[in-house]
Design a protein around this ligand. Structure first.
Ligand code: G1P
Length: 298
C-alpha cells in the first residue's frame, strides 16, 4: 500500500497583473466564476480527492485569502437568525478547521518551482503531495485530482495532469516528451518548460495538477534557473526523470479552463453559469439573443 496523498500545496503568490485593475486590491484567486472564487474550486476538488491539509504559498497583499477561509461569526449569526440555511451551507465549504490550512510567504517572485520549495518544511520525508494551480479550473465528473490519485495508488512515482493543446499555444506550457502511452497514463522521457518555437517535444501540455515525491523538493533546492529566468517546477520534475525515471503524464477526463487568461476566465464564467440550474434558462436565453443580434455592451 502506498502512502496516501493528503497534503496539497497551492501556489497563490502571483500578482495577477493580467487582471489589473481588478487585482489591484483583491487576490486573483478570490475572483469568482458565478459566485464561487477560483480558490474554492481548487479546494473543493482537493477535498473530494481526499486532501486533508492545505498549504498556501502566498505573498504580500493576499490577506483576503486568509479571511476567506476563516470563520465569519457575525455573518453566520445573522444568517442563522434569518434561518438562511442554504447560505449557511455555502459558507460551510469556505471555512477550514484550525490546523487544516497553513500559509507560507514566498518573499520574492522567483518562479513556480521556488513557490513549491517554500513549503518544504511542512512536508514529511517519505510523503507524496499534490500541487494545485488554481488558475486551471477543471470541470469533470470525477475531479481531476481524484482521477490522478487513484492512478497514483496503482503506479506511484510522480504524476502530472496533461492534455493536448493546439500547436500555436504549446509554447505557453510545460510540455511532455512522451515515450509511450497505456490507457490514460503516459510514460515520460523528458519535460521542458515553455520551449522556443520549433523545440516542442509534443503538444502534450502540463496542466496545473501534480502528485509529487519529496525528491522534487530536493531538486528544487538546487535552485536551477530555467525558463523566464525563474526556478521552474517542470525542471525539477524533468531532473527526476533522469535520476529515477518515474514520471508519468495523466490524460485526465474533463474540461480545463485557463482562468489565468481573460478569455479563459470568460469562457469558464459562461460554462459554469450555464451549468447552474438557477441561472440556466435566463442566462441561456440571453446568450442566444446576444449572439443572434451580435450585440455587445459598450
Ligand atoms: C505553469 C507551469 C507550466 C504549466 C502551466 C499550466 O505555467 O509552469 O508548466 O503548463 O502552469 O497552467 P504558468 O501558466 O504559471 O506560466
Amino acid at each position: 500500500m502506498r502512502n496516501k496523498v493528503t497534503k496539497a500545496i497551492l501556489p497563490v503568490a502571483g500578482l495577477g497583473t493580467r487582471f489589473l485593475p481588478a487585482t489591484k486590491s483583491i487576490p486573483k484567486e478570490i475572483m469568482s466564476l458565478v459566485d464561487r472564487p477560483l480558490i474554492q474550486y481548487a479546494i473543493d476538488e482537493a477535498r473530494e480527492a481526499g486532501i486533508k491539509e492545505f498549504i498556501f504559498v502566498t505573498s504580500r497583499g493576499k490577506g483576503a485569502l486568509e479571511d476567506y477561509f476563516d470563520a465569519a461569526p457575525i455573518l453566520e449569526t445573522s444568517l442563522r437568525k434569518q434561518n438562511k440555511k442554504e447560505m449557511l451551507q455555502a459558507l460551510k465549504r469556505t471555512t477550514m478547521e484550525s490546523g487544516e490550512i497553513a500559509y507560507i510567504r514566498q518573499r520574492e517572485p522567483l518562479g513556480l518551482g521556488h513557490a513549491v520549495w517554500c513549503a518544504r518544511r511542512l512536508m514529511r520525508n517519505n510523503e507524496p503531495f499534490a500541487v494545485i494551480l488554481p488558475d486551471d479550473v477543471i470541470s469533470a465528473d470525477t475531479p481531476c485530482l481524484k482521477q490522478m490519485i487513484d492512478a497514483y495508488q496503482e503506479i506511484g512515482g510522480n504524476m502530472v495532469a496533461t492534455m493536448e493543446v493546439p500547436a500555436s499555444e504549446a509554447g505557453s506550457y510545460g510540455l511532455l516528451d512522451v515515450r509511450g502511452e497505456i490507457g490514460k497514463l503516459m510514460s515520460v522521457k523528458g519535460m521542458v518548460e515553455k520551449p522556443a518555437p520549433g523545440q516542442e517535444p509534443s503538444n502534450m501540455a502540463v496542466i496545473g495538477r501534480y502528485i509529487l515525491t519529496p525528491n522534487i523538493l530536493k531538486n528544487l533546492g538546487q535552485k536551477m534557473i530555467g525558463s523566464g529566468g525563474e526556478i521552474q517546477l517542470t525542471d525539477a520534475i524533468a531532473h527526476e526523470i533522469e535520476v529515477s525515471d518515474n514520471v508519468y503524464g495523466y490524460r485526465f477526463d474533463g474540461r480545463r479552463f485557463d482562468c489565468g487568461s481573460k478569455a479563459g476566465f470568460l469562457k469558464a464564467t459562461v460554462a459554469f453559469g450555464l451549468a447552474r440550474e438557477d441561472l440556466r434558462d435566463e442566462f441561456g436565453a440571453f446568450l442566444r439573443d446576444l449572439v443572434a443580434s451580435g450585440g455587445a455592451a459598450e
